[in-house]
Design a protein around this ligand. Sequence first.
Ligand code: ASP
Ligand code: MG
Length: 589
Amino acid sequence: MSLLVQKFGGTSLGSIERIKAVAQKIKSSKEKGNDLVIVVSAMGHTTDELTKLASEITIHPPHREMDMLLSTGEQISISLLSMALNEVGIQTMSLTGTQAGIITESAHGRARILEIRAERILNLLDQGKTLIIAGFQGTSLGIGGIPEITTLGRGGSDTSAVALAAALEAEKCEIYTDVPGVLTTDPRIVKNAQLMKTISCDEMLELASLGAAVLHPRAVEIARNFGVTLVVKSSWEENHDGTTLTSNKNLGVFKGGIEHRSPVDGLELIEHQAVIALSNIPDRPGIAADLFEALSEGGVNVDLIIQATHQINKNDITFTVNEEELENATIQCKELLNSIGGEISTKTDLTKISIYGAGIMGRPGIASSLFQTLSDSGINIRLIATSEVKVSCVIDAESGKKALRNVGEFFKLNDKQITLNPNIKNNHEPEVRGIALDKDQIQVSVKNVPDKPGTASTICSTLAEKNISLDTIVQSERKHGDKTKDISFTLKKNDRRDAKYALEELISNWKGSKLEEGNAIVRISAVGSGMPFTKGTAGKIFRALANQKINIEMIATSEIRTTCIISEKYGEKALNEIHSCFKLGSNDS
Ligand code: ASP
Ligand code: MG
């Protein structure tokens, strides 16, 4: 007999009829001989409605009281679903998070799950009971051991389900929802977007803006770390398999807690990196495509690519390669520069240090702490590359070990979470699995900032204090004659006013610095685990854009993601082009 954890979301439980329908579905899984642990969210929009009630009393409700309030939503669903199951002859017991032994940290409203004390669940399963457990909530041991109800953050019942599956070593965790699974891109814009049969947890995390509505990122991270087989599928379409998330990690249960106290999940250092910076090259569609096609034809595999600020009509493109590929890469670049003009400079003896984790999303303080820790250690950051769940900095090799030690200590990471020169296996995954379009960003550059340790961290922490996240931070390698450089980034449209205000105050301290907002842009990201093993992926993306005469304003990549910032007006066209260039659509061949 196998143990399944099944989670039903709010929409699937939106009415009494639906609760009865879910009960029928559970009954038929049970009759197939499975042991079942069912995790539920609050009915329909209950959590929003409860939040609204609180807001009619105060704009600053105490976090503890909010958790008392919001946790009631799930308590309604567990009891009603349990009754519905009893009516159809299934023996059940409903449990709150506390009763189920879900122990969390004490941060109300965003608690992370530390452990699950599963004895009671296991005993009840032994008695043949089907368990109905409230998602989104747990209990902290509180100060002095006094238990308190906590919630995990909006959308957190997915996280409860996957954590239970990890702790109980369930065969599978199935998330039933109102969409058929994860699609290759937004089907409202790209007509032939397809359901993905599988996606790796790492890819899913990088596709957050596409996938976060489908699955809570923290749930994906737990699945990745514990090797939980996680399936997302529609509650109502019987004959669809949905999307299966894959992971090749398995830390084993309970080593160091289900979720770490630190939002940073891991730290890695990759040595023997070289940077190639091309400057003063023409700023027109097709240049990046020519360059990265030439590199890939020449057999060079590039890692990070960064393109940011342009002077009038001129551009800089910076990228990193493995040291041993530098010579070959330089030859390819020089050949191209001969025909288009521009200068090249290279630098070896570099190291890339990266932190990653789903907890980085939406927490601007994390990137800024990384920069701060490096700058406190006297280490200059040469390049910065960010993605949804990862922040990487290129630094001088001689500082590598010191950086690893200090950053690891700052984020309280244990040895298992720190890797030196990780050896990632080529699982022959596709170079691009899915593409996300983010229309919610603006582009900002801070020009002529001092090129010394601490500048990036000051900018980030100034914004982090206002709870503003920077996305796609690019620090260009080029220095101006006066030893200053430029930092560009994108941020959420909503944060525009606060960000400008905060930055203007900051840069008034730096003589000659100025703030510039770019034209209206969108951010388009292609993600695939096969990317590090495939030459020329970036070149293909840039060519697809060049074919449509679309100019690329900024480029930022991480290992498995390539992001281009382009003018807003080309967003949907670009999405269609790139989607079809990798043959992701149902009828692309
Ligand atoms: N009910 C909670 C929310 O609406 C948790 C969840 O649905 O996952 O955010
Ligand atoms: Mg949800």
